[in-house]
Write a protein that binds this ligand. Structure first.
Ligand SMILES: [Zn+2]
Length: 284
């Protein structure tokens, strides 16, 4: 564990890593997705993996207090966390009872808790310092193989345990010489242009880090609904030209009688149904 003096001004890392933006009240939590990504530095609230480190893994909106338990918080921004799919699935609708929470057994939240006060690293293994960390590590399996591999890669890029355990989220509160070498240059240049105040410098570093962690695949697709409309019209026209069923038969449950055998396609025996792109679901 590094002491505060080794990581520069301890003030810069003794606060929660996520600072929430002021957002307007909206009717559905899905509408907060882009603000949430930004506020969480395009990283998972729990395992700290950045979108760009996660490869093809989906990111979703997690409800800190699950929807089933706290229906009143479903669309409340402060209850929403940006989360990788694995953490979100594992978290599910876990909702520790009051007595357990009073003893610290609840999930870590990066907008309230200070990462360094709860977690430490031994090699690539995340260790708990508190009950909050113990519960979070064990419930979400924060030492899964994929995360150990990410920590190993970070160790080769970054120079300190805090950045290895907290990723971009931890870097967001770091002095510039602790940044990964590949973004140190852009960050320096951004800062040079904006030397007015410390706040401006911090903004520039934040921007550089955010662009480092952000996956464009998860950005909003502004033309999606227009394209969907056009596709629907084109396919309807085609189906109008060639009447008949354009879908395979529905699966008949095993043992159930009466299902019609699939109709063979006369001219294209190997043709398969086109895949639908999975909609960008957000969950829990
Ligand atoms: Zn995660």
């Amino acid at each position: 564990m590094n002491s505060g003096s080794e990581v520069g001004d301890p003030q810069t890392i003794s606060t929660a890593l996520v600072i929430r933006s002021q957002v307007p009240v909206r009717s559905s939590y899905n509408e907060y997705k882009q603000e949430l990504r930004y506020d969480f530095f395009y990283s998972c609230a729990y395992c700290c993996i950045a979108e760009t480190e996660a490869g093809g893994m989906r990111f979703t909106i997690d409800h800190y207090e699950p929807q089933k338990a706290r229906n009143d918080l479903v669309n409340v921004y402060d209850n929403l966390m940006w989360s990788c799919d694995v953490c979100n699935q594992r978290k599910g609708d876990r909702y520790p009872p009051v007595k357990a929470r009073q003893n610290g057994f609840r999930f870590f939240r990066p907008d309230v808790d200070v990462h360094l006060e709860h977690f430490s690293l031994e090699g690539n293994i995340l260790k708990h310092k508190t009950n909050i960390a113990y519960y979070t590590i064990e419930s979400l399996d924060l030492n899964r193989e994929s995360l150990q591999r990410v920590r190993d890669i970070r160790r080769r890029i970054y120079s300190c345990d805090e950045a290895v355990s907290g990723g971009v989220l931890a870097l967001s509160r770091f002095p510039i010489d602790r940044l990964p070498t590949n973004i140190r240059g852009p960050a320096y240049r951004a800062i040079k242009q904006l030397v007015d105040t410390y706040e401006t410098m911090a903004d520039a570093v934040e921007t550089a880090l955010k662009s480092h962690a952000r996956s464009p695949i998860l950005d909003e697709d502004d033309s999606a609904s227009e394209r969907a409309k056009q596709r629907k019209e084109k396919l309807a026209a085609l189906e109008g030209m060639f009447p008949g069923s354009w879908r395979g038969p529905r699966k008949v449950a095993k043992g159930k009688r009466g299902g019609n055998p699939p109709e063979p396609a006369p001219d294209s025996p190997t043709a398969t149904r086109p895949h639908h792109n999975a909609p960008d679901r957000t969950m829990r």
